[in-house]
Design a protein around this ligand. Structure first.
Ligand SMILES: NC(=O)c1ccc[n+]([C@@H]2O[C@H](COP(=O)([O-])OP(=O)(O)OC[C@H]3O[C@@H](n4cnc5c(N)ncnc54)[C@H](O)[C@@H]3O)[C@@H](O)[C@H]2O)c1
Length: 315
C-alpha cells in the first residue's frame, strides 16, 4: 500500500515507517522543513521524504496525492503546552486536520489511522482498566483536541465514507523518544540518570501510568493495515500500571546506581492513574503487547548510552 506518515520523522512515526517498509509498503513521510532525518537515516533510500507544514492546506493537498492510507501522527502541542494556549492547540491541530480530511477525500484516500491519546481523553478514570466506552472528560486541551478530531473522523465517515481507525495510545516509551521534553517520563528519567542530573517528579511518584514499548504500538498499527477492522476506536496500551516510583526503581536496576530524584508539586492536569483496557485490541486485531517492561528498559538505556553524544547535540 501507499502510506503517508504525517510526523514520520518523529519518535513513534519513525518506528512505524520502519515497520511499514519491512512489510513491503511504500512510505511517504510528511515532515517539517529542516526536521532532522536522523531517525530514518538508515532507510533514506526507501523513504519518500516530503517537507511541508501541517498548518498549510496546500502542502497537505500535495502530500496526500496518490496515497491510500494516511497515518496521522502530528500534534503541534503536548498535554502541558496545550493548556498554555488552548486557542493555538485547537486551531493548529483541529483546523489543520479538517484541511487534511478535505484533501484526503479529494484524493480518494482509503483510510486514515489517527494516533489519539489514551492517557488524556478519558480524564480521571471512573474504572480501571479503562475501556473505550468510558466517559471522556479530559483535563487538558490536548485531550479535547484529540477527541474533537475523533468526532470529525466519525462525521466524515458518516457523510462521505472516508474510513478511519483511532488508536488511543497510552504512554509509549523506547528508542528515539525525545528525552528533553515534558512528555515521555521514561526517556527523560533515563537521559537524566545517564547525565547524573536531578530527576524531577511532579507529585509524590505514586501516579500510575500504562507504559508500552514503541515496537508494540507499531505492531498494533501494522495489524490495522492487514485486518479489515470494523471497530473505530481501539485502546493501545500494556494494560498494566506502574507508578513513577516503580519506574525509577526499574531504571536503577538497569543502570546499577541510585538516581537523584526530587519531588515537586503535581501538575493540575495529571490524572492519578491511567491503565487501559486492551481487550478490544486483543479481540479485533489479535494483538497483545509482547515486550517485557524490564527488557524494554534495558533496550532504551542501551540506546541512550550509545547515542548520548548525538542526543546531547540534537536537543
Ligand atoms: N509520545 C507519547 O507519549 C504519545 C502518547 C499518545 C499519543 N501520542 C501521539 O502520537 C503522535 C506521535 O507522537 P510522537 O511522540 O512520536 O511525537 P514526535 O514529536 O516525536 O513526532 C511528531 C512529528 O511531527 C512533526 N511535526 C510537528 N508539527 C509539524 C508541522 N506543523 N508540520 C510538519 N510536521 C510537524 C515533528 O517534526 C515530529 O517529527 C502524536 O500525535 C501524539 O499526540 C503520543
Amino acid at each position: 500500500m501507499k502510506c503517508l506518515v504525517l510526523g514520520g520523522g518523529g519518535f513513534i512515526g519513525s518506528h512505524l515507517c520502519e515497520g511499514l517498509i519491512h512489510n513491503g509498503h511504500h512510505v511517504r513521510v510528511f515532515e517539517k522543513e529542516g526536521r532532522s532525518k536522523v531517525n530514518l537515516s538508515h532507510l533514506e533510500k526507501e523513504v519518500d521524504w516530503f517537507e511541508g507544514d501541517f498548518l498549510n492546506p496546500e502542502h497537505l493537498k500535495d502530500a496526500v496525492d496518490n496515497m491510500e492510507v494516511i497515518f496521522h501522527l502530528i500534534s503541534t502541542t503536548l498535554p502541558k503546552s496545550s493548556n498554555e494556549s488552548p486557542v493555538y492547540d485547537i486551531s493548529s491541530n483541529v483546523i489543520s486536520t479538517l484541511h487534511l480530511l478535505d484533501a484526503a477525500k479529494a484524493a480518494d484516500v482509503r483510510k486514515i489511522v489517527f494516533f489519539s491519546s489514551g492517557g488524556t481523553v478519558y480524564g480521571v478514570p471512573q474504572i480501571i482498566p479503562i475501556p473505550e466506552d468510558h466517559p471522556t472528560n479530559p483535563t487538558c486541551s490536548y485531550g479535547i483536541h484529540k477527541l474533537t478530531i475523533e468526532k470529525y473522523l466519525a462525521l466524515n465517515y458518516y457523510l462521505h465514507g472516508l474510513d478511519y481507525t483511532i488508536m488511543r495510545v497510552s504512554n509509549p516509551y523506547g528508542e528515539r523518544q525525545r528525552p528533553t521534553g515534558s512528555q515521555g517520563a521514561i526517556a527523560v528519567f533515563i537521559y537524566k540518570a545517564l547525565k547524573g542530573d536531578k530527576i524531577e517528579i511532579w507529585g509524590d511518584g505514586s501516579a500510575v501510568r500504562d507504559f508500552i514499548h514503541v515496537s508494540d504500538v507499531v505492531t498494533a498499527a501494522l495489524k490495522l493495515t492487514q485486518n479489515n477492522v470494523s471497530e473505530k476506536i481501539i485502546n493501545i496500551g500494556s494494560g498494566v500500571g506502574l507508578s513513577l516510583n516503580e519506574i525509577i526503581g526499574e531504571i536503577e536496576k538497569v543502570v546499577g546506581y541510585k538516581l537523584n530524584v526530587y519531588y515537586c508539586k503535581s501538575r493540575g492536569f495529571d490524572v492519578p492513574s491511567n491503565i487501559l483496557d486492551i481487550s478490544r485490541a486483543n479481540g479485533v486485531l489479535g494483538w497483545s503487547p509482547c515486550v517485557d517492561f524490564f527488557e524494554g528498559i534495558i533496550k532504551a538505556v542501551d540506546y541512550y548510552k550509545s547515542n548520548f553524544i548525538q542526543i546531547s547535540h540534537q536537543f
